[in-house]
Design a protein around this ligand. Structure first.
Ligand code: FES
Length: 334
């Protein structure tokens, strides 16, 4: 697969990461256009799977994503050139069928895969595989995809918020915690080559709006992880019943101050609850997250650890910022 990374992105660390670009279930028989790190990308599904091309026809620069699928090829809407899923132009309608197609008549392709119900694109050369999350393929879990959610902030702010425990009782008060139970236990973090994660962090969640002193509620055990610069994961387990929720949060950087968030979710409970209801709950929670994230200044996550005041409960966030600095991820898309 050839790649089509322009000079602006050549030195970017994130160019070699997998980015979530679309819900797989919604990529059907028409091409769509997405923006990845400022680049226009055309997505389409062929019989071999999902494909991503630079969204620009080599003939006269029209957007391939505005075209259509015919005979398993992507047809440019301007003059009808047809590209197969390898990017080869296989038909130029304005010339006779016996005429040779120019060698340069190709669509430039990007790496593209489908996993966890999401279509992923890498503009450069993938630096690593996507995280392996067995629960999403485990039949005792029910998988679904939430999002996309548009956020006016750098993707790193979103991932950092995802790793944060202390906001649950405030931003999500009544849903995921309560300010009266805001004290956090001590916890540790561990760092491996491509992964930073916490040990078990128990958080008490009182019965919502009970207003009683009876301390009725549930203790959930959280583990939070960061896999790649823009991919995080959490597990939330009911300590008594073992009911567990996994969320893989992954961020598509649009530009330095905007991103799109997808969440692959799997749960081993509540199969009788319609997915729509479950998604609605996650929508509400993420709306609350986005609301607070968009108030943060600067939009770009500061990697100078003196720039903001770190507290001991921020150890995962501090480790994440250190890791981003080591990787050379300094701003939203570079
Ligand atoms: Fe695409 Fe002419 S611009 S076929």
């Amino acid at each position: 697969m050839s790649t089509a990374v322009n000079d602006r992105l050549q030195d970017s660390v994130l160019v070699n990461e997998w980015h979530p670009v679309y819900k797989a279930s919604e990529l059907k028989d028409e091409p769509v256009g997405v923006i990845v790190m400022g680049e226009r990308v055309a997505l389409f599904r062929s019989k071999n799977g999902v494909n991503a091309f630079r969204d620009l026809c080599i003939h006269r620069g029209a957007m391939l994503s505005k075209g259509y699928i015919k005979n398993d090829t992507l047809v440019c809407p301007y003059h009808g050139w047809q590209y197969d899923d390898k990017g080869n132009c296989v038909c130029i309608p304005a010339q006779g069928k016996d005429k040779k197609i120019p060698v340069r008549a190709k669509a430039e392709g990007y790496h593209c895969i489908e996993k966890y119900g999401i279509v992923w694109v890498c503009l450069g050369e993938p630096k690593s595989d996507l995280p392996d999350i067995p629960e999403f393929e485990d039949p005792s879990y029910r998988p679904l995809v939430c999002g996309p959610y548009e956020v006016k902030a750098a993707g790193t702010r979103v991932v950092e918020n995802f790793t944060d425990f202390a906001h649950l009782m405030y931003v999500h008060g009544g849903l995921l915690g309560h300010p009266d139970y805001a004290e956090l236990p001590d916890f540790q973090i561990f760092k491996e080559e491509d992964r930073i994660y916490t040990d078990d962090v128990p958080i008490f969640q009182p019965v919502a709006h009970s207003g009683s002193d009876a301390k009725e509620g549930t203790t959930y055990v959280y583990v939070k992880e960061v896999f790649r610069p823009l991919v995080g994961k959490l597990s939330k387990r009911d300590a008594d019943t073992g009911q567990t929720l996994y969320i893989l949060l992954t961020v598509l950087p649009i530009n330095d101050k905007e991103c799109t968030v997808y969440m692959a979710v799997a749960r081993n409970y509540g199969f009788d609850v319609p997915d729509e209801q479950f998604i609605q709950f996650q929508d509400t929670v993420f709306e609350q997250d986005a609301w607070i994230i968009e108030t943060q200044k600067p939009e770009l996550l500061p990697l100078d650890l003196q720039a903001e005041l770190n507290h001991k409960v921020d150890i995962l966030s501090v480790a994440y910022r250190r890791w981003l600095k080591e990787l050379g991820v300094t701003i939203g898309t570079t």
